[in-house]
Design a protein around this ligand. Structure first.
Ligand code: GDP
Ligand code: IMO
Ligand code: MG
Length: 456
């Protein structure tokens, strides 16, 4: 399938303007295309990135860690990526792990080796890792588990994290005791001292934490040598990519808007900015270089872990979506909670991200339903509220206003163009598009690369 990238992806060719200031703004360089989750994750970002990556020169991850799980199905083979950008599958593109990502080195190499057994060749030569990326240590993962136990004991509920150490690693980063790739590749004696201090800091907070420091350092030294050829100054790499010859650059968001540390359903969120700002801070690129921002939303809603979920269906509909949609976490194997499409959250994600188009995935999962509901507004005490509530107690209490659509009761999995879709499915899609106010560019009707209808 050939994929249309918009004209904005190409080098800006505007004429220089009269003033120096405007002239500088016009000489912006290449634009990056950003793909972001518009719900609570697992919307099918991996599949959308894979589609675009077939033509990309560079594919970047800018935030998150191996808490992400992105599935890509090519030629009947299913690959899952956690830290590696999904574009690593394209032998002609370079993949970059940016400074905003937190990297668990054993996880990274295990993932590469596992996918290599499935046929992914030469990935180590195509991967670049920013020297400013922070490292997730094994003890961060242990602490992730200890924090969950503590939350359960203190508050009677945990977050349901992936236990990949992502929260504790970002805490180390924010408290300025974290260690980065550049530290690991610098003087190893200095690194060892800082590592021991960091362990000590966590042990004073969690006395039950045991760490075999010498064994960890031995392993880290080995990982350092395997990693060394991939490491670059990420900012300079991106600067050259943006200002050199015309290039197609793709940014693959991990996690999603409603899991964003600032804008998500706090505290039931992840620890990074999964909205568009994360692309700038996580790669060191100016906002003017952001081109298209594609939001990915499922035709229904899912959520893994704990937290408010206004359109959740704890009934036969939820079960049907879970089983038909194979809604099981790629990273943790947990069953995903399922419910109707919630357009309040997708609109909220659009307010923050300014989507230029949407990919609506998994339409085919709705094929058997008699009727389909869509959440269009939240009410509190009988009155519609115009915003998305910050307070989780309030979100728990909202009443959802639904629009109901007749089901199309037709298999859509073989549809490859708009006209192949039944009129009732077209009606459902057009309603979503009008309600969000963003064009739908792709509609997903199956797992594999070719099961995607491109609308324009
Ligand atoms: P991500 O985290 O956003 O990349 O999404 P995941 O890979 O965690 O979950 C999405 C799941 O839906 C994967 O198993 C995909 O193979 C699958 N998927 C993606 N798009 C479609 C679609 O249009 N139809 C169907 N049936 N499955 C899809
Ligand atoms: P992708 O990229 C779905 C959820 C976890 C948990 C919360 C915090 O595949 O869409 P963390 O381990 O990040 O501290 O967990 O966030 N979560 C995700 N849920 N998809 C993801 O990523 C997720 N990344 C984190 O389930 O509720
Ligand atoms: Mg996922």
């Amino acid at each position: 399938m050939s994929v249309t990238w918009s004209a904005k992806d190409h080098k800006n060719t505007n004429q220089p303007a009269a003033t120096g200031l405007k002239r500088a703004r016009n000489d912006v360089g290449n634009k990056v295309t950003v793909v972001l989750g518009a719900q609570w994750g697992d919307e099918g970002k991996g599949k959308v990135v894979d589609l675009l990556a077939t033509e990309a020169d560079v594919v970047c991850r800018c935030q998150g860690g191996n808490n992400a799980g992105h599935t890509v199905v090519v030629d009947g083979k299913e690959y899952d990526f956690h830290l590696l950008p999904s574009g690593i599958i394209n032998p002609k593109s370079t993949s970059l792990i940016g400074n905003g990502v937190v990297v668990h080195l054993p996880g990274l190499f295990e993932e590469g080796d596992k996918n290599e057994k499935k046929g992914l060749k030469g990935w180590e030569k195509r991967l670049i890792v920013s020297d400013r990326a922070h490292i997730v240590f094994d003890f961060h993962q242990v602490v992730d588990g200890l924090q969950e136990t503590e939350r359960q004991a203190q508050e009677g509920k945990n977050i349901g994290t992936t236990k990949k150490g992502v929260g504790p690693a970002y805490s180390s980063k924010a408290s300025r005791t974290g260690l980065r790739v550049c530290d690991l590749l610098g003087d190893f004696k200095d690194f060892s001292t800082k590592f021991k201090n960091l362990v000590h800091q966590f042990q004073s907070m969690y006395p039950s934490l045991t760490v075999d420091v010498e064994d960890q350092l031995k392993k880290l030294k080995e990982y350092a040598e395997r990693l060394r050829p991939m490491v670059r100054d990420g900012v300079y790499y991106m600067y050259e990519a943006l200002h050199g010859s015309a290039k197609k650059i793709l940014v693959e968001g991990a996690n999603a808007a409603l899991l964003d540390i600032d804008f998500g359903t706090y505290p039931f969120v992840t620890s990074s900015n999964c909205t568009v700002g994360g692309a700038c801070t996580g790669l060191g690129i100016p906002p003017l270089n952001i081109g298209d921002v594609f939001g990915v939303a499922k035709a229904y809603t899912t959520r893994v872990g704990i937290g408010a979920f206004p359109t959740e269906q704890l009934n036969a509909v939820g079960e049907l979506l879970q089983t038909r949609g194979h809604e099981v976490g790629v990273t943790t194997g947990r069953k995903r909670r399922c419910g109707w499409l919630d357009l309040v959250i997708v609109r909220y994600a659009h307010m923050i991200n300014g989507f230029t188009a949407i990919a609506l995935t998994k339409l085919d999962i709705l094929d058997v339903l008699d009727e389909i509901k869509v959440g269009v507004a939240y009410k509190l005490n009988g009155k519609r509220i115009p915003h998305f509530p910050a307070n989780m107690d309030v979100l728990q209490k909202v009443e959802v206003e639904y629009e109901t659509f007749p089901g199309w009761k037709t298999d859509t999995s073989a549809a490859r163009k708009w006209n192949d879709l039944p009129a009732k499915a077209q009606n459902y899609i057009r309603f979503i598009e009008n309600h969000i106010g963003v064009p739908i560019k792709w509609v997903g009707v199956g797992k594999s690369r070719e099961c995607m209808i491109q609308m324009f």
